[in-house]
Design a protein around this ligand. Structure first.
Ligand code: TMP
Length: 217
């Protein structure tokens, strides 16, 4: 089923929207179809970027201002792209990433008030025109998603601690991005059952790349 060159597919959404489980589902569906594919994540995804991740997701909510946070995230992203994503794509391997640059646009750009254009400028300086082939945004009310994220617990809660208004603004940011380029950013209602959301994701990927992925058994 190799009708398309390998590309980067990204899953995005507010914290607790179900990206983790759905990106593992997509990985399994693509493997079942015989495709070479890896799953990675941000912040992180390369040894250097995983070290930077801790600075970003752990600790006091206001340990960084929004610009410092954005620069740390882009240091991690450049390492992720140079060391993991580009080598894989060059090798013909598809890459699924749990978050990528649209998270910076929605979190730091919109919710953090830096503006999407500032994120775009830093993106251009650090990564040029490198962008995902398809971004799937899981859209969910932060009242629901935050309670899921809370239930998970752990130390990686710096952004959850920024509160419901911040997360609501992140959601608006993602919706705005989906409206800007609906051909490469697909907004999916993530309030349904897990299988329901999985099927919608597969429908998007199949339509975009002319594939016939099925729900993994
Ligand atoms: P995760 O919980 O999906 O692994 O993401 C960790 C946190 O990092 C999440 O709360 C969102 C935040 N984040 C940003 O604020 N900007 C970014 O560009 C990325 C990739 C993540």
């Amino acid at each position: 089923m190799k009708s398309h060159n390998a590309e980067l597919i990204v899953l995005e959404g507010v914290d607790g929207a179900g990206k983790g489980v759905q990106s593992r589902m997509l990985l399994a569906a693509m493997k079942d179809a015989g495709l070479d594919v890896i799953l990675t994540r941000e912040p992180g995804g390369s040894p250097g970027a995983e070290e930077i991740r801790r600075l970003i997701v752990e600790g006091e909510t206001n340990r960084w201002d929004d610009m410092t946070e954005l620069l740390l995230i882009y240091a991690a992203r450049r390492s992720h792209v140079m060391d993991t994503i580009k080598p894989a794509l060059k090798n013909g391997t598809w890459v699924i990433s749990d978050r990528f640059a649209d998270s910076s646009r929605a979190f730091q750009g919109v919710a953090g008030n830096l503006g999407i254009d500032v994120v775009d400028r830093i993106h251009q300086e650090t990564l040029g025109d490198f962008n995902p082939g398809l971004t799937i945004i899981l859209d969910l009310d932060p009242e629901i998603s935050l309670s899921r994220a809370d239930a998970r617990g752990g130390v990686e809660d710096r952004f959850e601690q920024k509160g419901i208004e911040y997360q609501a603004s992140v959601r608006q940011g993602f919706r705005q991005l989906a409206q800007m380029t609906p051909e490469s950013r697909k907004l999916i209602d993530a309030s349904g059952s897990m299988d329901d959301v999985s099927q919608k994701i597969l429908d998007c990927v199949n339509a975009h790349y002319n594939l016939s992925l099925r729900l993994p058994s």
